[in-house]
Ligand binder design. Sequence first.
Ligand SMILES: Nc1ncnc2c1ncn2[C@@H]1O[C@H](COP(=O)(O)OP(=O)(O)OP(=O)(O)O)[C@@H](O)[C@H]1O
Ligand SMILES: [Mg+2]
Length: 168
Amino acid sequence: MSSPTPRVAIYPGSFDPLTNGHVDIIERGARIFDAIIVAILANVEKTPLFSENERIAIIRDVFKGHQNVQVEAFSGLLVEYALHKNATVLVRGLRAVSDFEYEFQMALMNRHLAPGLETVFMMPDEKYTYISSRLIKEVFTLGGEITGLVPPVVEEKLLAKQKTKKKA
Ligand SMILES: Nc1ncnc2c1ncn2[C@@H]1O[C@H](COP(=O)(O)OP(=O)(O)OP(=O)(O)O)[C@@H](O)[C@H]1O
Ligand SMILES: [Mg+2]
């Protein structure tokens, strides 16, 4: 029996930039929930590499074939945004033990703030468990190979940024 109201999940993060680890989690979420909203945290880092609009455009481009994947930016309290979107689930990815403590703390705080909102953790394919946006930026800046770790469009945008930086 299908549920009468669509089950909407929110996948929050900074996605600066989107990695194949994120893509893996979004695809898993899209298979489970009626809709998954990739919610980009606005202004967390003072100087993100990619602007909010660039990050939105990248994720929309990667998921243009997925009807039930939406992309938005949000600011303020995550639980308020989620309730406003009629979401009942928060999706988070778990890479390793190192993610666990922070994620556990956040999940319980969010439950305290909004008891009806459930946090669901998903593990990516093991080949993506070591990827983070921070590491991608670091490796790319130092000239390392990132092909296969991020969607091709992200690699293109990183190269374009590097070129404009060199010219400046
Ligand atoms: N490779 C990955 N596999 C599974 N989950 C991931 C992966 N990378 C990030 N996540 C999860 O996605 C969510 C959003 O993460 P976030 O935007 O902070 O990405 P990040 O790669 O950790 O970026 P940063 O390095 O800037 O912290 C978090 O729940 C995080 O644990
Ligand atoms: Mg992180």
